[in-house]
Design a protein around this ligand. Structure first.
Ligand code: 13P
Length: 254
């Protein structure tokens, strides 16, 4: 049985004072529900270390990005080695905003996944089609291409520790969630037609595939009851303690 995962991607939001209050609240709640749901918070880089000090117990912190390089003259970049040295064990890779605004390619995403794995950091590997892709019926093709590139060097054993996040670009930050049926269709496709041919049925079955794109307290449970949806990567609603806790609660009830 796959355990549910609820991850919060704070993106570029919150002052440290606001962040601290939110982290303290999440820490309390995550410890109550530790058996049922894994909670991961991805704050801005500069808060990672302090967030780690606040998360005593079962919630974890994750980065929002990782460099494709080991170390050296790459101004503004953060490597897996640096993340490792402050005890960060998760990172988002290939978020659609990185692809859209910073030109990250499928190949770069693949190199970032490699770096995360080398450092024993679990990657939350994002994929998802644009509205244009969906309108043209290309969503499965696009997602398969993104994931095939991202996972090209990943072996079976490492795959068991990674997390896939399906985030249709048209649902990110728009308030327009994929319907549970649309999301389930894509998650089943990822499990059965992308992961299974590469890694085999057992690894595909054990892999966590979470959904992102306007997940809110009002739609979380309908998404979480779908057989191939193993949790959520939450943007906007992860900035509110009440909303985020109620999404954790929805995962925990199942
Ligand atoms: P929203 O929940 O704000 O749509 O953002 C989703 C997201 O991008 C999480 O990574």
């Amino acid at each position: 049985m796959r355990r549910k995962i609820v991850a919060g991607n704070w993106k570029m939001n919150l002052s440290w004072e606001e962040a601290k209050t939110l982290l303290l609240g999440i820490n309390r709640f995550a410890n109550i529900h530790k058996r049922d749901c894994k909670v991961i918070i991805c704050p801005p880089f500069v808060y990672l270390d302090r967030a780690n000090d606040i998360f005593i117990g079962h919630a974890s912190v994750g980065a929002q990005n990782i460099s494709e390089y080991d170390n050296g003259a790459y101004t503004g970049e953060i490597s897996g080695e640096i993340l490792n040295s402050i005890g960060v064990h998760y990172t988002i890779v290939g978020h659609s905003e990185r692809r859209q605004y910073f030109g990250e390619t499928n190949e770069q995403v693949g190199r970032k996944v490699d770096k995360a794995i080398e450092r024993n950091i679990k990657a939350i590997i994002c994929c998802g089609e644009t509205l244009e892709d969906r309108n043209a019926g290309r969503q499965k093709h696009v997602v398969k291409e993104q994931l095939t590139a991202a996972l090209r060097n990943v072996n079976k054993e490492a795959m068991e520790r990674q997390i896939i996040a399906y985030e249709p670009v048209w649902a990110v930050g728009t308030g327009q969630t994929a319907s549970p049926a649309q999301a389930q269709e894509m998650h089943a496709f990822i499990r059965n037609e992308v992961l299974e041919p590469i890694f085999g049925a057992e690894v595909a079955d054990n892999s966590s595939i979470i959904y992102g794109g306007s997940v809110k307290p009002g739609n979380a449970e309908d998404l979480f009851v779908q057989p191939d949806i193993d949790g959520a990567l939450v943007g906007g609603a992860s900035l509110s303690l009440e909303d985020f806790n109620s999404i954790i609660h929805a995962a925990q009830r199942l």
